[in-house]
Write a protein that binds this ligand. Structure first.
Ligand code: UT7
Length: 328
């Protein structure tokens, strides 16, 4: 790589409303003990309000990021948003964010790689900086999962929450930033995790609405197995090819889908849980927002030069890992 792209600022935004396990017990046949022992989740945030789409959270995160990093909106070259819940089918969430955050005229596009979306977007954005094309790139991962969940389906509604996280990427001359990355995919995973109705193959009809085909469908078992193997493999592969031992890694930043998947990944990589960023108990699975929300919450614990391994798995199937050196 010519130059490395480093994260020079991170910001998160989660809505105020907390949907607790006790509240879910009133809605579906479930219980706190099952949810905590099978997933690690205690509560998740839900975005309320008329016409409040994912952009509400993404805009908050990006505006606060610009302010915190003292970045003039006119200096931003590109916005990439990772999401499966854009406000509309089109225009993109990134376009809406760029407009509302007063960055007119710049390129902005979405990446749809479900729970791997932020990692994919980070990798794409960092390449755009490494080639010298751009100097300031905003990558935002945001999802309003509550807008596509069936709150009568206990197998999915307990898992997900709403949130957004954003990072600023800039060139770095000190060897910090994204040092290696890879992405993987397997479209045959479609049958295990999808949202059928409303796409071009299956346009929405009254009948499909009645069947709830416009909600997330997940066959959890096969997804769980694949998530464990791909997250673990990905972490190990990127560590090995960068000659990083478990001692060399300061932080594992895993996608937050299930505490058991996180534990298995950490175990396989030989990393103690103290080195693993975990906040699934507070937010559940916020899809494209999990990784930046972790970076945001751990920002003050990280030091310049810390080695981070980011790893994700999600719908598609999609997966990947990134090795980055923290820059500040
Ligand atoms: O981020 C994108 C990728 N997604 C993931 O990585 C998620 C991967 N999958 C998972 O995390 C897990 O498969 C789940 C958390 C979704 C499910 O956990 P599980 O241990 O695989 O449970 P299961 O689906 O095998 O269900 C076990 C039992 C079943 O009852 P029976 O058939 O044994 O009587 C379910 O009906 O638990 C029952 N069950 C529940 N019970 C109480 C399923 N959901 C619930 C619930 N509350 N919410």
């Amino acid at each position: 790589m010519d130059k490395t792209a480093a994260i020079s600022g991170v910001m998160g935004y989660v809505p105020d409303f907390r949907l607790t396990n006790a509240m879910l017990e009133e809605m579906v046949d479930t219980n706190d003990e099952w949810i905590v022992s099978r997933t690690g989740i205690k509560e998740r945030r839900i975005l309320k309000g008329e016409q409040a789409g994912t952009s509400v959270m993404a805009i908050e995160a990006v505006n606060r990021l610009l302010e915190k990093t003292n970045t003039a909106t006119t200096d931003v070259d590109l916005v990439i948003a990772a999401t499966v819940t854009p406000d509309m089918r089109f225009p993109s969430l990134a376009n809406i964010v760029a407009d509302k955050c007063k960055m007119p005229g710049i390129p902005a596009f979405d990446i749809n790689a479900a729970c791997s979306g932020f990692l994919y977007a980070l990798n794409v954005g960092s390449q755009m900086i490494s080639t010298g094309l751009y100097k300031k790139v905003i990558v935002v991962g945001a999802d309003k999962m509550s807008s596509i969940l069936n709150y009568k389906d206990r197998s999915t509604c307990i898992l997900f929450g709403d949130g957004a996280g954003a990072v600023l990427l800039e060139p770095n001359e000190e060897g910090c930033g994204v040092l290696d990355c890879f992405m993987g995919g397997d479209g045959s995973g479609e049958k295990y995790l999808n949202l059928k109705a409303g796409g071009s193959r299956t346009p929405l009809t009254h009948e499909l609405l009645d069947l709830g085909a416009h909600y997330v469908f997940q066959d959890g078992g096969p997804v769980f197995k694949m998530a464990v193997s791909k997250m673990a493999e990905s972490a190990k592969l990127i560590m090995e090819r960068n000659q990083l031992s478990a001692e060399d890694v300061h932080w594992l930043v895993p996608h937050q889908a299930n505490k058991r998947i996180i534990d298995a990944t950490a175990n396989f990589a030989g990393l103690p849980i103290e080195k693993v960023m975990v906040n699934i108990e507070k937010y559940g699975n916020t899809t494209a927002a999990t990784i930046p929300l972790c970076l945001w919450e751990w920002e003050n614990k990280m030091n310049p030069g810390d080695n981070l391994i980011l790893v994700a798995f999600g719908g598609g199937f999609s997966w990947g890992a990134t090795y980055l050196k923290w820059a500040y």
